[in-house]
Design a protein around this ligand. Structure first.
Ligand SMILES: Nc1ncnc2c1ncn2[C@@H]1O[C@H](COP(=O)(O)OP(=O)(O)OP(=O)(O)O)[C@@H](O)[C@H]1O
Ligand SMILES: [Mg+2]
Length: 284
C-alpha cells in the first residue's frame, strides 16, 4: 500500500536552514506539553504533547472525535486549554484569541474556508491586516493603501510560484475551488508567519486542485515554516508529511514517519489495534 505513495525524501529537499538565519531547525518552533481540554464531562484532550519544527510538515490524523480539531483550536488561540503549556520559539505563550496567535506567527486555515468571496485576491490576502495610507488619511480616516496591498500581494504570489492566479484584481468568487484554497493557504505564508495550521485543506478539492494545494504546502515547508496538516486522506498524508501525529481518544497514540510506517500501520494505531514503543516513534 505504501509502495504506491510517492514522496520526496528529505535528502532531495533544501534543508539548508533557509528561512532560519541561525540554521536553528533543531529547535521546535511550537511546543505543546500536557494539553488538557474538557467540555463538561467530555474529554477533548487528555494531556497531549506536540512538537513542531521549522521546515517540516507534521500531519495530524485520527478517527472522528479523536481530538484533532480541539488540539488545533488550542494551538491557534480559538480555545484555551484547561491545563498544559504552549511555547513558541522556546517562549511560553498564553493565546487568548486567534488574533493573538496570528500576532505570534501562527496562521490557521479552518476547513470552512476563511476567504471573502466578493473581495479580490489582494484584499483577501490582507484580510484583517489591511495596510492603511500614511498620515492623516490612514490613521484617522482609516483609508486603505490598495496600491501597496496589490503590489505586495503580487510579489507574494509570484514568490510562491502560483502561476494559476494571474490577475490580482480578480474577485475570489470567480476563482475555482482549488484557486480559492490556494489563496487561503497563501495567506498563511505571508507576513512572516512561522507556523501554518491547515485543517483539511483539500477535503473538497479535485485531484488537480489537491495537487496544487499540496505543492503550496510543501513550498511553505521549504521556506522554513512549520506546517501542521490535518487530513483524513491517507495517501495525501503519506505523500506530503515528514512526521505523523496520531490522535486517539483525546490522547497522542504515537508519532510516526512515512519512512518507518505504512498506511496500514497508521490505521491500526488510530483504531488501537497497534501500539508503537517510544523508541520506534519519530518523536524528535
Ligand atoms: N464544543 C464542544 N462541546 C462539547 N464537546 C465537544 C466540543 N468540541 C469537541 N467536543 C468533543 O470532544 C471530542 C473531540 O472532538 P474533536 O472535534 O476535536 O474531534 P476530531 O478529531 O476533530 O473529529 P473529526 O474527525 O470528526 O473532525 C469529541 O468527543 C467531541 O464530541
Ligand atoms: Mg475535526
Amino acid at each position: 500500500m505504501t509502495g504506491s505513495a510517492s514522496r520526496t525524501p528529505s535528502a532531495e529537499r533544501d534543508v539548508t536552514g533557509k528561512g532560519s538565519p541561525d540554521g536553528s531547525r533543531d529547535k521546535p518552533v511550537l511546543e505543546a506539553t500536557g494539553l488538557v481540554k474538557l467540555f463538561g464531562r467530555v474529554v477533548g484532550l487528555r494531556g497531549v504533547d506536540l512538537r513542531l519544527f521549522p521546515g517540516e510538515i507534521l500531519a495530524v490524523i485520527g478517527d472522528n472525535g479523536a481530538g484533532k480539531s480541539t488540539l488545533i483550536k488550542c494551538l491557534s488561540g480559538a480555545l484555551t486549554p484547561d491545563e498544559g503549556r504552549l511555547e513558541i520559539d522556546g517562549r511560553q505563550v498564553r493565546l487568548k484569541s486567534t488574533q493573538e496567535a496570528r500576532e505570534a506567527g501562527i496562521e490557521t486555515v479552518y476547513q470552512t474556508l476563511a476567504v471573502a468571496p466578493a473581495l479580490d485576491i489582494a484584499s483577501n490576502l490582507f484580510l484583517a491586516r489591511e495596510i492603511r495610507r500614511k498620515g492623516f488619511a490612514g490613521s484617522v480616516l482609516r483609508m486603505l493603501d490598495t496600491g501597496a496591498m496589490k503590489e505586495q500581494a503580487s510579489r507574494h504570489i509570484k514568490d510562491l510560484g502560483i502561476s494559476t492566479l494571474q490577475n490580482i484584481n480578480q474577485s475570489v468568487e470567480t476563482l475555482s475551488g482549488g484557486q480559492r484554497q490556494v489563496v487561503a493557504v497563501a495567506r498563511t505564508g505571508a507576513f512572516g508567519s512561522k507556523i501554518a495550521i491547515l485543517d483539511e485543506p483539500t477535503a473538497a478539492l479535485g485531484v488537480r486542485e489537491t495537487g496544487q494545494v499540496l505543492k503550496l504546502v510543501r513550498d511553505l515547508r521549504d521556506r522554513g515554516l512549520g506546517v501542521i496538516l490535518i487530513s483524513h486522506n491517507m495517501p495525501n498524508v503519506f505523500e506530503t508529511a515528514d512526521r505523523i501525529h496520531v490522535q486517539r481518544l483525546g490522547g497522542r497514540a504515537a508519532v510516526i514517519s512515512p519512512k518507518t510506517h505504512s498506511m496500514q500501520d497508521a490505521v491500526a494505531i488510530m483504531t488501537g489495534a497497534m501500539t508503537v514503543p517510544e523508541s520506534e516513534q519519530s518523536l524528535r
